[in-house]
Design a protein around this ligand. Structure first.
Ligand code: BTN
Length: 243
C-alpha cells in the first residue's frame, strides 16, 4: 500500500486522481495536514485548516459496474461512521446519502469521484473530510451554524492518528465485505446508522418539490419517501434533503 503524505496540498482528491491515472495500486491513500483548495460536493469548497482534521483520499479499483459506483460512497459513510463512534463515543449518524452529523451539525463530508470506461470502473477516489479538532469559533461564518467537529462533540481533543488508523481498518473491512457478500450487509448497517430514516424530509429538486416521510433506502442506495401520492424514489445528486 502506498501512503502519500503532504503537509500542504491543493486537494487530496486531485492528487489521488493523478496517481490513479498513472496506475497507482488499489488502496493508495493521500493525506494532508492542510488543503488550500479543498473541494466539496456541488462545486463548493471544503474548509481544511492545518493540523485540525483528516483530509483523506483513498483510491479503489472496484470490480463493479460503473452503475454501482455510488454505493462506494455509502460504503465509506458506514465505515467512517463506525470508526468515529468507536474512537470518540459521540453517537454520530449518517444523513442520506453520505454526510456524518452530530446533533444536526456536519462533522464529515464525502466526495466520490470516478473514472470509468463503458462497462468497467478504472478507478474510484473516495475523498473524506473529517473535522477532528476544529474549535467551534474557528469555522468560517458561512458554515458556523451547520458544521462542528468531533472535539466539540466529545468535549476533548481526538487523536488523529488513532482515528485515521481506525478509519482505514473499517474501510478495508467494509470493502472486503462488499466484495465477498455484495452490498446487502452494508445497506443493513447504513439503515442502522441512519439519522434520516423515520424523518419528515423536504425534497427540492430541479423538477419536483415535495415533502414526505423517509422510510427506507433501496438496493441502489436511493431514498424512498412516503407521500400522499405513494412512494417517491430519490437518487443522490437529484435533490437536497432538508430534515
Ligand atoms: C461534501 O461536500 O460534503 C464533501 C466534502 C469532501 C471533502 C474532502 S477533504 C479530502 C478530499 N479532498 C477534497 O478536495 N475534498 C475531499
Amino acid at each position: 500500500q502506498e501512503i502519500h503524505y503532504f503537509s500542504e496540498i491543493g486537494s487530496t482528491n486531485n492528487e489521488a486522481k493523478k496517481l490513479a491515472t498513472n496506475g497507482c495500486p488499489e488502496g493508495t491513500i493521500v493525506v494532508a495536514e492542510a488543503q488550500i483548495t479543498g473541494r466539496g460536493r456541488l462545486a463548493r469548497g471544503w474548509f481544511s485548516p492545518p493540523g485540525k482534521g483528516i483530509w483523506l483520499s483513498v483510491v479503489l479499483r472496484p470490480p463493479f459496474s460503473p452503475m454501482d459506483a455510488a454505493k462506494c460512497t455509502l460504503m465509506a459513510a458506514v465505515g467512517v461512521n463506525r470508526a468515529i463512534n468507536s474512537v470518540t463515543g459521540t453517537g454520530c449518524g449518517i444523513k442520506w446519502p453520505n454526510d456524518i452529523l452530530w446533533q444536526g451539525r456536519k462533522v464529515v463530508g464525502i466526495l466520490t469521484e470516478m473514472s470509468a470506461e463503458m462497462d468497467a470502473i478504472n478507478y474510484v477516489v473516495i475523498g473524506m473530510g473529517i473535522n477532528v479538532n476544529i474549535d467551534q469559533q474557528d469555522f468560517p461564518s458561512e458554515i458556523a451554524a451547520t458544521a462542528t467537529s468531533l472535539a466539540v462533540a466529545a468535549g476533548r481533543r481526538i487523536s488523529r492518528v488513532k482515528l485515521l488508523t481506525a478509519i482505514l481498518a473499517e474501510l478495508e473491512s467494509t470493502y472486503n465485505t462488499v466484495k465477498a457478500s455484495g452490498f446487502a450487509p452494508v445497506l443493513a448497517d447504513w439503515r442502522q446508522q441512519s439519522i434520516t430514516l423515520g424523518q419528515q424530509v423536504d425534497v427540492r429538486g430541479v423538477e419536483r418539490h415535495f415533502t414526505g416521510l423517509a422510510v427506507d433506502i433501496d438496493a441502489d442506495g436511493a431514498l424512498l419517501i412516503k407521500t400522499p401520492n405513494g412512494i417517491e424514489r430519490v437518487l443522490a445528486g437529484d435533490v437536497s434533503i432538508r430534515p
